[in-house]
Design a protein around this ligand. Structure first.
Ligand code: GRF
Length: 213
């Protein structure tokens, strides 16, 4: 098996990145992390990536001023230099230009903390609670030019509990994200698409995964 070479873009603590790196330690994982890039030099995820012996670089978007594409060209150059074939956004807090999205079309995936198409953008947990939803979730999707709009690869659901706050809900959903993202990425790397349901119990929550096998 040739493993697809993976690049991961982050902006912060990188817990989803870590879930991807951990899954890649299993011998039959179909992707191989090559590089982590953060647009923020102080991102905690950079240190964590290096602890996994993965090359981790900061490319500070602020040094490019308003020239988003110049920043992205440098990120793109670094990814290509590392031989990356597949890019995962993991808490990467920059909207990408159509140039970058086209360059990586079909090979660029993101995890979003809502059941898309519900709640694209920010504050998803608070919006879910304000709407009185009984179910919350996360979605892994291909990235297209529209923000949080691309085709779904997989999703995971949890029940909203009485007394949930945005922070409590976010923390419980994060565990679902960590299960969902490696499965979806492995499926993209392998080229499988058919979603199957699997219920997984984690710390008192039942996580309903709808992910390709
Ligand atoms: C996650 O909730 C992810 O869904 C969203 O940003 C958050 C990043 O968290 N896109 P982490 O950096 O992976 O811990």
């Amino acid at each position: 098996m040739t493993r697809k070479k993976l690049g991961i873009l982050i902006s912060g603590r990188g817990s989803n990145m870590e879930a991807l790196l951990k899954a890649a330690q299993i011998p039959d994982c179909p992707y191989e992390p090559m590089l982590v890039v953060s647009n923020r030099p102080d991102a905690g995820g950079l240190t964590r990536a290096r602890e996994f012996s993965i090359a981790a670089d900061a490319i500070d978007h602020r040094t490019y001023g308003k020239d988003r594409e110049a920043f992205e060209r440098d990120v793109d150059g670094r990814l290509k230099e590392a031989g990356v074939q597949l890019v995962a956004l993991a808490g990467f807090m920059r909207v990408l230009t159509p140039w970058f999205v086209n360059e990586w079309a079909g090979r660029l995936v993101n995890i979003h903390p809502s059941l898309l198409p519900k709640y694209p953008g920010v504050d998803t947990h608070a919006r879910c609670l304000a709407a009185g939803d009984l179910v919350h979730g996360c979605t892994v999707h291909y990235v297209t030019a529209g923000v949080d709009e691309g085709p779904t690869i997989g999703s995971a659901e949890i029940d909203v509990r009485p007394g949930d706050t945005p922070d409590l809900l976010a923390a419980r959903l994060l565990k679902a994200e960590h299960l969902l993202y490696p499965r979806c990425l492995a499926a993209v790397a392998r080229g499988s698409a058919e979603r199957v349901r699997e219920d997984v119990a984690v710390d008192g929550d039942i996580i309903r995964l709808f992910a390709p096998k």
